[in-house]
Design a protein around this ligand. Sequence first.
Ligand SMILES: [Ca+2]
Ligand SMILES: [Ca+2]
Length: 184
Amino acid sequence: MTNKGFTLIELAIVLVIIGILMGAILRGQELIRSAKEKKFFSQLQMLGTAQLTYLQREGRYAGDTDKDGFIDDDTTAWDELEKQHLILKKEKAKQSVFAGVTFSFSNGYCQHFGGIHDSTTLHGNYIQAGSNLPQWVAQTIDNRIDDGDGNTGYIRWSTSGNPCGQNYTNNANKIGYLYWFFDL
Ligand SMILES: [Ca+2]
Ligand SMILES: [Ca+2]
């Protein structure tokens, strides 16, 4: 045989193999993404559980300094949860599986939905995760356990740090904040 080049059949086989390999890689990446998202949300749930346990013990949420039912001091919230051993170490608890994402308890009182029916109000306590959480994480969780809408329900999403939320964009990797209203 003097022909050292690929025949069409050989080329086709190589392309099929490349296709199979790429499919396997993409599926692997999808599984890793899914595992990260689930781990992230289970950490968020642990913080929510810590707050609900604190409420049971103390009659108010950690960080609700004026006892009006709404968390108003993030620093105090972490301190009080740590003091009662409801979280291990606050600096560690603040870290999520997504690099650089920190959790914070912010003022859980939101007067209105920006741009939605003017009579609508939202009252609740939330955990904020961000500011550099990829949108797909929030959207996946929202689709899985809430209503899939970034500005309604108890999972919300915002690029500007507004707990009322906003619609998801068409950029899955856009970074922003996730809000989980754990007592809605
Ligand atoms: Ca308060
Ligand atoms: Ca939602």
